[in-house]
Design a binder for this molecule. Structure first.
Ligand code: AGP
Length: 605
């Protein structure tokens, strides 16, 4: 996720701005840059790779005192990670510099309009349009120009803007992406989170969506984008730097689970237009001409792929093949030019998935990658990439990226359903509910404390059976994977109907069952399977739909999610299985962020 820093002070050196930027390194980035006003001019320096490379590129200027400066770590979304696309971006006059975190949905239209007015663009980014828009609106008042420019933006942004004629100010604005301001005695500092601010002050203001702030030395004024002045509470924080990186949480994993409402919004940003799904990256694909879809993925990404198979096969006439990449690459799969291959990988580097792409390509298949890392090897070897836009995931266990994968796959599925002529009222309902999911997620995440209490009661078991049917099956697999990989408890994920073909022999009072049992079309079948488990004295945790009293007949513990169309249960149930695994791991005193023997990117087979 991009990181922003901006500082106004009499005592700041460029080295201080770079050191502050370094505090945001943990967020992940592919390039960085800095802009400051010196001798009445804006100077900009950018570098792909580590911040250290940026620091080296300005080593003669590190002791230089600057009145105002902004800096940025970029996590690419539009355009490759390179020096030109790195922030800050400037306007045609070179007097305005801007850093941005977020995605501008209407940047193509704005860029066309600005180019028609004669503006010259240097980068492929969505951000650069903001610099030119501000230039277009500027007539001596930077604050006013930013106000007018942001009213033309659709999408999400947190921005910091400087102008060479106004070395005493930074103008900042936020909508959808976070921004925090710290006001120290001689220094006013702007940042994406509190980590760089702590060194200067522990009194901070968290901007709210729609706020525009005018930062000057030792003071800040905040307005709504409508122009009305507002007061925001100054909050005193007691976090040290390590707590600040984790947003005050104990671990990255829980912080990332709590980010899921935002992750769903980002995954949908720019992909919904005029009340329909419209994923710009795949506009040249005609899904009515495709004969079958082939998905390759590993681990959690494979579970997301399995969900997609169930979803698309149920709602269209398409065959959807799904296979773990490590098997696919060594088989003789029936894939050809009429088969579209979709590779799912949060890291974009998984060796087996990469080899599967190469095999599918050799067989004539077109490749779409769904990944979270721009410029990763998988994006380079695929024909088309759909980014998950979740921001970097630091916890090794995939949580928010799984949620992003499911969101992107639902959008993709809905677009396929429409293009193949199967769109009906049910899909309208799925689509409308999907748009509301960020709110629904927030309410589910509120149950974290209750899930911890349940985890406390179950943490000492050595085995767990996760079961589900239909859309609940991928969720059962993912629940078992999350638990085993971070708590080291043996957990199996099974289709509930398969239990009686062997695994039920394992069950007794020491082998609890986690049943994925929403009130969907297979609920009665699922209930019978739960009864079979209960008859073997297994304790039952049932994850079901709110107000399902019927489940009380068979379950010992009930966890609930709001009622949604059944195709969305894999998504809304994700935070519950993740939180359960997280709390069990922490209660057992394991570090959930760094599970033993595992790596975030598996680049070997
Ligand atoms: C899940 O928590 C694991 N991190 C793992 O199963 C992961 O999903 C798998 O290694 C695939 O990784 P990818 O999505 O980066 O390809």
């Amino acid at each position: 996720m991009c990181g922003i820093v901006g500082i106004i002070s009499d005592e700041t050196k460029t080295a201080d701005i770079i050191d502050s930027l370094k505090k945001l390194e943990y967020r992940g980035y592919d390039s960085s840059g800095i802009a400051f006003v010196k001798d009445g001019r804006i100077e900009v320096y950018k570098s792909v790779g580590k911040i250290e490379a940026l620091k080296n590129s300005i080593k003669n200027l590190l002791d230089e005192k600057v009145e105002v400066g902004i800096a940025h770590t970029r996590w690419a979304t539009h355009g490759q990670p390179n020096d030109i696309n790195a922030h800050p971006h400037t306007d045609c006059t070179g007097k305005i510099a801007i850093v941005h975190n977020g995605i501008i949905e209407n940047f193509r239209e704005l860029r066309g309009m600005l180019e028609a007015l004669g503006h010259k663009f240097k980068s492929d980014t969505d951000t650069e349009v903001i610099a030119h828009l501000i230039e277009e609106e500027y007539s001596g008042d930077l604050f006013e120009a930013v106000m007018k420019a942001i009213r033309k933006l659709d999408g999400a942004y947190a921005i910091g803007v400087i102008h060479s004629d106004h070395p005493d100010m930074i103008v900042a604005a936020r909508k959808g992406s976070p921004l925090v301001i710290g006001i120290g005695e001689d220094t006013t500092i702007l940042a994406s989170d509190v980590t760089p601010i702590i060194r200067y002050t522990k009194d901070v203001i968290f901007l709210e969506d729609g706020d525009v702030a005018l930062l000057k030395k030792g003071k800040v004024e905040i307005y709504r984008s409508s122009g009305e002045k507002v007061e925001r509470r100054v909050q005193h924080i007691n976090w040290d730097e390590s707590a600040a990186e984790k947003g005050g949480y104990d671990h990255f994993m829980i912080k990332e689970i709590m980010e899921e409402p935002m992750v769903i919004s980002s995954a949908m940003t720019g992909r919904v237009r005029s009340g329909r799904v419209d994923i710009p990256e795949i506009k040249e694909i005609d899904f009515s001409k495709i004969r079958r879809i082939n998905l390759v993925a590993c681990g959690t990404s494979y579970h997301a792929a399995l969900f997609f198979k169930y979803f698309v096969e149920f709602h269209t006439d398409l065959d959807v093949l799904v296979e773990v990449s490590s098997e696919f690459r060594y088989r003789k799969p029936h894939v050809d030019k009429d088969t579209l291959t979709i590779a799912i990988s949060q890291s974009g580097e998984t060796a087996d998935t990469l080899e599967s792409i190469r095999l599918a390509k050799r067989l004539g298949s077109r490749i779409i990658a769904i990944t979270n890392v721009v410029g990763s090897t998988i994006t380079r070897e695929s024909d088309i990439s759909i980014m998950m836009n979740s921001g970097p995931e630091i916890g090794v266990a995939a949580t928010k990226t799984y949620v992003a994968q499911l969101t992107v796959l639902l959008l993709l599925g809905l677009q396929i359903i429409e293009q193949r002529g199967f769109w009906a009222g049910r899909h309208e309902k799925i689509f409308d509910t999907l748009l509301r999911l960020p709110e629904v997620f927030s309410s589910i995440l509120d149950s974290s404390d209750r899930i911890r209490e349940i985890a406390e009661d179950f943490k000492d078991y050595n085995h767990f059976m996760y079961i589900g049917r239909g859309y609940g099956y991928p969720t059962a697999l993912e629940g078992a994977l999350k638990l085993k990989e971070i708590s080291y408890i043996h957990a199996e994920g099974y289709p509930a109907g398969e239990l009686k073909h062997g695994p039920i022999a394992l069950l007794d009072e020491n082998f609890p069952v986690f049943a994925i049992a929403p009130q969907d079309s297979l609920y009665q079948k699922m209930k019978s399977n739960i009864m079979e488990c209960r008859a073997r004295n297994a304790k039952i945790i049932a994850l079901t739909t709110s107000e399902n009293r019927d489940i009380l007949q068979v379950a010992d513990i009930i966890l609930e999610v709001p009622k949604v169309p059944e195709e969305l249960y894999p998504l809304v149930m994700s935070p519950v299985i993740q939180l359960f695994a997280y709390h069990v791991a922490v209660l057992k005193r394991h570090d959930p962020d760094k599970p033993r023997n595992l790596a975030k990117s598996v680049t070997v087979e």
